[in-house]
Each structure stands twice: as C-alpha cells, then as structure tokens.
Design a protein around this ligand. Structure first.
Ligand code: SF4
Length: 216
C-alpha cells in the first residue's frame, strides 16, 4: 500500500537539497540536484569518463548508489582500500592509488545549510584527499546529511560513527550508548576534522546533492 504522506516528504527533501545546491554554487562548487540514488549515479557517470582512474575512500554512499560497479563496467580503474582480501601492503598501496587517481569520488559526513562541508576521519586519509590533491573531486551527499549549522554538522558527523564502527565489527563506547561520549578508546574513529568552507581553487569540485537518505 502506498504511503499517502510520501509525496510531501519527498517535496520537502527536494526543497532542502535544492537550497543547499544554490548555496554551494556561490562557494565555488559545481553543484547539482539529483532526486534519487539512480539519478545520482547518472550524474556521476556524466562526470567521470570511461577509462579514468577513480579513488573511492571510505564511503557508504558511493557504494549504495552502485557507482563502483558501473565505473568498472565502463573501463575505469577503481581504487579502494575497503577490499577485505587486501594484504597490509596492498591496502597501503590502495590508499595511495585512491589519493592519486584522476577522480576522487566520495561523500561527506555533513553539509551545513550555509554550505560548509564537514567530515571526520579516524586515519585522515579521506579528508586529506578532500583537502588537497590533483584529482577532480565528486561528492555525493544525501539530504539526510544537511545540518543547520557547523555545530550540528560536527554532531551529525559523530552520529555516523556507531554504524561505521559496527560495519567493521569494531568496539567503541558509542556502539553501546548510541551516541558520542568523546571517548579515549584506542579504537576511536573521530580523530581528524575537516571543514571545507569554500571549494579549493586549484581543482574542480562537484557536489551531487541527492533528495534521498544515503550513507550513515
Ligand atoms: S564515542 Fe569515540 S568513536 Fe564514538 S563518536 Fe564519540 S569520539 Fe567517535
């Protein structure tokens, strides 16, 4: 049975995502709206040509839209370090390959209504690739990641930690409480915070704002 309230929910999400697209354009980003994850994938495929190399750091969103499989089908070399079959040496090489690829395809943990893109890492590799590099960046961000302001964006970013820790069968205090306790755990995954206030001028940065919930 269809949900009679779904239409209103979809429209409200579209309005919010489009608002953020407008703001991001004023901050130097090439930003577009995609209503669904399928449309987001189409936008990714418009931006990344066949044969290009693509680095995919730790991102659930990019995997959820099916981008990695489609890019491989069109002959792209897709580098990612989440492959559990990698040896430590291969994983280390994959991290470098991600960083040095033609395109850096990722998400963020949050984006504020005034256009700040916020991400928190445990190792810093993902945010390093967002902050500087020679690649073209493509962000895919679900509307669930829009936060009212910077404080809310950082809070939201830490809410992403418990499912991310559970994804790798890790154990941090937030896995048990369901919220951040600013832990001192050796397994802490919140160590490096990046706030992009504007697009970095030396490289092109695309943002695809999706009108659906994606990622953690
Ligand atoms: S409890 Fe630790 S790992 Fe969990 S969100 Fe807070 S700082 Fe991050």
């Amino acid at each position: 049975m269809s949900n009679p309230f779904e239409g209103a929910r979809v429209k409200a999400k579209e309005a919010l995502a489009r608002t953020v697209v407008k703001v991001l354009k004023t901050k130097g980003y090439e930003a577009v709206y995609a209503p669904t994850k399928e449309a987001a994938l189409e936008e990714v495929l418009k931006l990344i040509p066949g044969g290009a190399s693509v680095g995919v750091p730790g991102t659930v969103t990019v995997r959820e839209i099916g981008a990695m499989e489609k890019l491989k089908e069109r002959g792209c070399a897709v580098y990612h370090h989440w492959d559990p079959s990698l040896t430590p040496e291969q994983r280390s090489q994959a991290l470098m390959d991600e960083y040095c690829a033609d395109y850096y395809l990722t998400s963020a943990n949050a984006v504020t209504r005034d256009g700040k893109i916020v991400s928190i890492d445990g190792n810093g590799n993902r945010v390093s690739g967002m902050a500087w590099g020679r690649s073209t960046i493509v962000f895919v961000i679900g509307v669930n990641k829009v936060a009212a302001d910077l404080e809310a964006a950082i809070e939201r970013s830490r809410h992403a930690a418990p499912p991310n820790v559970l994804r790798i069968s890790g154990d941090t205090p937030c896995v048990h409480t369901g919220h951040c306790v600013d832990c001192d755990s050796p397994a802490r995954v919140c160590r490096v915070l990046l706030i992009l206030e504007r697009a970095v001028p030396s490289r092109k940065t695309h943002v695809i704002m999706v009108g659906e919930d994606l990622g953690f």
